[in-house]
Design a protein around this ligand. Structure first.
Ligand code: CUA
Length: 315
């Protein structure tokens, strides 16, 4: 939580910038009110000295009148009006429609991973999103099951992914950076392990990434990997849920895997994407992320090694 707050207060885009400005204003007002109340309290404590004769009967109302009107009505009214005006102003910085020239990315929330599609570029990937610096990005958010919520604190904005409606969130990154988004709406057992690697990079770097993702899967290199492809398409049952472009595997129930080995993390940012973790994930993903839809592999150790060798080549 502290990390997310730190990222939100280190804005790297215009939407995050205005949200962070609002946060600081509210903090400053909160601190000012706290100090005023603290001073009044301390003064009050020191004024009622022990030994003072208690005044008989109720206090005359006019003694408290100015405090009640000032502290109980005027001050809250001023503070709330200022915060309201600043909030409306910050909301105007959050675009509600995609500007011309925006990059369109479709994001579909699943329990518990992110499907990421670039319709104009013809790319589908999972749990990773690359965006070019300095160009608005229109995220079309929807869900395949329950409600999820998209939030990259450093880039600002936070919007729900609903099963029956497409919401549009427009973001922009002003500088290159790597961020991890976290699903921000409780969506079941592994809500906390529903993350996505978000990379903002210069336009050339983004174009290179798109070109690399547009390529079909690499041919299996070596005998192990070739046998691994057979396992993937056959006894492993992987192809009934996953797609690998360039093979007959085209299912869309689970994450697309054409370049899975070159992603930064595995299991929706659950663990780093190392060969060791890939083997662990394939043999039993529930040891990493209990409750995921993918079952443990029912394979011999040889078949498992071949399958992992094949996956290692999907870069
Ligand atoms: Cu998806 Cu929480």
């Amino acid at each position: 939580m502290i990390t997310l707050l730190a990222q939100a207060l280190d804005p790297e885009g215009p939407v995050a910038d205005s949200a962070a400005g609002l946060w600081w204003l509210m903090l400053a007002l909160g601190v000012a009110v706290f100090l005023v109340v603290g001073v009044v309290l301390v003064v009050g404590l020191f004024r009622s000295r022990p030994g003072d004769a208690p005044e008989a009967g109720p206090q005359p109302p006019d003694r408290f009148g100015p405090w009640l009107v000032g502290g109980g009505v005027a001050l809250p009214l001023i503070v709330i009006t200022v915060v309201f005006a600043a909030t409306v102003d910050a909301m105007r910085d959050v675009p509600t429609t995609a500007p011309d020239g925006a990059l369109v990315v479709e994001i579909v929330g699943h329990q518990w991973w992110w499907e990421v599609r670039y319709p104009a570029e013809g790319i589908t990937t999972a749990n990773e999103m690359h965006i070019p610096v300095g160009r608005p990005v229109a995220l079309r958010l929807s869900s395949a099951d329950v409600i999820h919520s998209f939030w990259v604190p450093a880039l600002g904005g936070k919007l729900d992914l609903l099963p029956d409606k497409v919401n549009t969130l427009v973001l922009q990154a002003d500088e290159p950076g790597r961020h991890v988004n976290r699903c921000a709406e409780f969506c079941g057992l592994q809500h906390t392990l529903m993350g996505m690697d978000v990379v903002a990079e210069p336009p050339e770097g983004f174009a290179a990434w798109v070109a690399s993702r547009q390529l079909p899967a690499a041919e299996p290199a070596g005998a192990n990997a070739r046998r691994g492809l057979d396992v993937f398409l056959g006894s492993g049952g992987c192809a009934s849920c996953h797609a690998v472009r360039g093979t007959v595997a085209a299912a869309t129930r689970g994450p697309e895997l054409t370049h899975v080995a070159s992603r930064a993390s595995l299991g929706a940012a659950a663990v780093p994407n190392t060969a060791e973790q890939r083997a662990r994930w394939v043999s039993d993903p529930h040891t990493i992320k209990r409750g995921v839809a993918m079952p443990p592999a029912d394979l011999s150790s040889g078949e498992l090694a071949d399958l992992v060798a094949y996956l290692d080549g999907l870069r």
